[in-house]
Design a protein around this ligand. Structure first.
Ligand code: ADP
Ligand code: MG
Length: 238
């Protein structure tokens, strides 16, 4: 079970208050999108969930267990960033399996896990290639494969598509949706793109200036925006 519970998360950098007490609950298997303009605190919140940054106050629970004291590797979370640095000298297979290799998983089990992840992402035929010989979309799939192979309780995505061209962005959006439907793993996904949020999310947190302005399913956000900021940011008709 991997219900995610974010409780009263605050974050300050010196005198700068970036997050003012964030409360979000995500049901097991849900797809939460953190949506808001640049600088509103989306990445800061995601990094705190990942364990890459410490909150000034508050708690994060996964499956009912506080993870706030745990280092990233013990949270069973996998993160996909905007700039997905693949190892250029390694094959796709080794890139995907490298985390397992580091953890001492033996070769047979590693091969099986990598093959499964690659099949899900439809890159099973590319395992012998080097990153330089892949398209942008294929590289993005390899980056997702590295996350998938760890069988995490929770996937975190920070603007994973913003470096891709428009056509590829639509293709990868569909791919991420398919992945979520197939695996049923909970996802937290950061974007400033309203269309991405509305098409992917089961739940959207619209953020502004370190506050959550509205937390609801996409349809409710669209039809009943909580305030003028949400309405204008979403571009809703009301
Ligand atoms: P978003 O991802 O929504 O664009 P961020 O979470 O990256 O926003 O940043 C939120 C605010 O926190 C911004 O004003 C940013 O300048 C500030 N900030 C982020 N990281 C740091 C840091 N390490 N030190 C100081 N300020 C930071
Ligand atoms: Mg960001």
């Amino acid at each position: 079970m991997a219900t995610l519970s974010i409780s009263n998360i605050r974050k300050s950098y010196g005198a700068l208050d970036v997050l003012h007490g964030i409360d979000i609950e995500l049901e097991d298997g849900g797809f939460l999108v953190l949506l808001g303009p640049s600088g509103c605190g989306k990445s800061t919140l995601l990094n705190i969930v990942a364990g890459l940054d410490d909150p000034s106050a508050g708690d994060v629970e996964i499956g009912g267990k506080s993870v706030i004291e745990l280092p990233p590797k013990d949270r069973n979370i996998a993160m996909v960033f905007q700039s997905y640095a693949l190892y250029p000298t390694m094959s796709v297979e080794r890139n995907i399996g490298f985390g397992l290799e580091m953890r001492g998983v033996e070769e047979g089990a590693r091969k099986t896990a990598v093959q499964q992840a690659a099949d899900v992402l439809q890159i099973g035929h590319l395992l012998d290639r080097k990153p330089a010989n892949l398209s942008g979309g294929q590289r993005q799939r390899v980056a997702m494969g590295r996350a998938l192979v760890r069988d995490p309780d929770l996937f975190l995505f920070d603007e994973p598509l913003s470096n891709l061209d428009a056509k590829l962005r639509v293709e990868m959006r569909t791919e991420i949706k398919r992945l979520h439907e197939r695996l049923g793993t909970s996802i937290v996904y950061v974007t400033h793109d309203q269309i991405e949020a509305m098409t992917l999310a089961t739940k959207v947190a619209v953020m502004r200036g370190g506050y959550v302005q509205q937390l609801a399913d996409p349809r409710t956000i669209y039809e009943r925006p909580a305030n003028i900021f949400v309405a204008s940011f979403i571009g809703s008709p009301s």
